[in-house]
Ligand binder design. Structure first.
Ligand code: NAD
Length: 300
C-alpha cells in the first residue's frame, strides 16, 4: 500500500504520541478529538485538524481509533455522521482502543458489510511505549490485512498477530491486563507486608527481582514509578477496572470460571470506591500501605 493519509480519532495520552510517531515516519495525519485542547496539542505537532469524524474519514486511506472504551468506539462508529456512514469501500479501520471483543466484532461485521476492512489492534506498553514506539500491538484480523497494515503498526512497536478475526486482539489484550492487574495488586500487597515486617521496599524488590516472584511490575514499574513514588505511568485505576470488566464479561459470555480474575476485579473496584479512580494505577501502593498501617517514604 502507498503511504495512505491516516485519520486518528482520539488524541489522548496514547493517541497523541502515536500520531506523532506516524508524522515522524512521514505519514500525513489528520486528527479529531472531542476535546479541543487535545486537538490543539496535536496540531502543534503537525497533525491536520479535522472538524468531524466525517471530514476525517473522507480524506483518509486508513482511520485509526484510540478511544477510551467500547462505548466511545460505538459513538464514533454509529453516532450521527459516524464512521458507519462516512467510510467507503476500500478504506481500512484500525481499531486500537482496548475495547470489548463483542463491540469490535460488531463493528467489523457492520463496516465489513459496507466494504470497509477492520483490523483490531489494541496495544500494551503504556504511554512511554507509545512515545518510544515500543508498544506490543496485538492484531486481530486476516493475515493479509495485518501485512498491509504492518508499515503503519510498526511505527508503534512490535506486532503480535493474536488471531485471525477482529476481536481476537481485544481478547488477548484484556487477558494480558488481567494478569498485569493481578500482579500489580499482589506486588503492592507484598511491598506493604514487607515494610510492616521491617524490610525496605527497595531491598525487598531487589531480592524479588533475583528470585521467582519477579514480574513486570517488580522489574519495570517498581523502579520507574512505584519505588521513586512519582506514580507517572499514565494509566489510571479506573482505566484498569474498565479492562477487568471487559475480561470478566468475556469470561461470563464464555462461561469460564475466573476465581482469581473475579477477586482481582473486586480489589480494583474497591480501590475506585476508596477514591482512587483517577489516580495513576501505580499509586495503589499507597492504599495497600494505608491498610497495612505503614507509610512510604516522603516524596523526593
Ligand atoms: P485518554 O482518555 O487519554 O484518551 C482518549 C481520548 O479520546 C480523549 O482525548 C477523549 O477526549 C477522546 N474521545 C473520547 N470519546 C471520543 C469520541 N467519541 N470522538 C473523538 N474523541 C473521543 O485515554 P488513553 O490513555 O489515551 O487510552 C486510550 C485507549 O488506549 C484506552 O482504551 C486505553 O485502555 C488504552 N491503553 C492505554 C494505555 C495507557 O497507558 N494510557 C496503555 C495501553 C492501552
Amino acid at each position: 500500500m502507498d503511504r495512505p493519509r491516516i485519520g486518528v480519532i482520539g488524541l489522548g495520552k496514547m493517541g497523541a504520541p502515536m500520531a506523532r510517531r506516524l508524522l515522524r515516519a512521514g505519514y500525513r495525519v489528520g486528527g479529531y478529538d472531542l476535546r479541543p485542547e487535545a486537538v490543539a496539542g496535536a496540531v502543534r505537532d503537525g497533525v491536520e485538524r479535522e472538524a468531524s469524524v466525517g471530514d476525517l474519514a473522507r480524506d483518509a486511506g486508513i482511520v485509526l481509533t484510540m478511544l477510551p472504551d467500547g462505548r466511545a468506539v460505538e459513538a464514533a462508529v454509529y453516532g450521527e455522521g459516524g464512521l458507519a456512514h462516512a467510510m467507503r469501500p476500500g478504506q481500512i479501520l484500525i481499531e486500537m482502543t482496548s475495547s470489548s471483543p463483542r463491540v469490535t466484532r460488531r463493528v467489523a461485521r457492520d463496516l465489513g458489510a459496507a466494504g470497509v476492512e477492520v483490523l483490531d489492534a489494541p496495544v500494551s506498553g503504556g504511554v512511554r511505549g507509545a512515545v518510544d514506539g515500543t508498544l506490543c500491538v496485538m492484531a486481530g484480523g486476516p493475515a493479509d490485512l495485518v501485512e498491509r497494515c504492518r508499515p503503519v503498526l510498526a511505527c508503534f512497536g512490535e506486532i503480535v498477530h493474536a488471531g485471525d478475526a477482529a476481536g481476537d486482539g481485544d481478547a488477548a489484550k484484556t487477558i494480558n491486563n488481567l494478569l498485569s492487574a493481578a500482579a500489580l495488586w499482589s506486588t503492592a500487597e507484598a511491598i506493604a507486608l514487607g515494610q510492616k515486617a521491617g524490610l525496605s521496599a527497595d531491598r525487598l524488590i531487589a531480592a524479588v527481582n533475583r528470585s521467582t516472584g519477579r514480574n513486570y511490575t517488580t522489574e519495570i514499574k517498581c523502579p520507574r514509578f512505584i519505588l521513586p513514588r512519582n506514580f507517572t505511568a499514565g494509566f489510571t485505576v479506573a482505566q484498569y477496572l474498565k479492562d477487568l470488566d471487559i475480561c470478566l464479561d468475556l469470561a461470563d459470555e464464555l462461561r469460564v470460571p475466573m476465581l482469581m480474575g473475579a477477586l482481582t476485579r473486586q480489589a480494583w473496584r474497591i480501590a475506585v470506591g476508596e477514591g482512587m479512580g483517577d489516580a495513576d494505577h501505580t499509586a495503589l501502593i499507597e492504599l495497600l500501605e494505608r491498610w497495612a498501617g505503614v507509610g512510604g517514604p516522603p516524596p523526593a
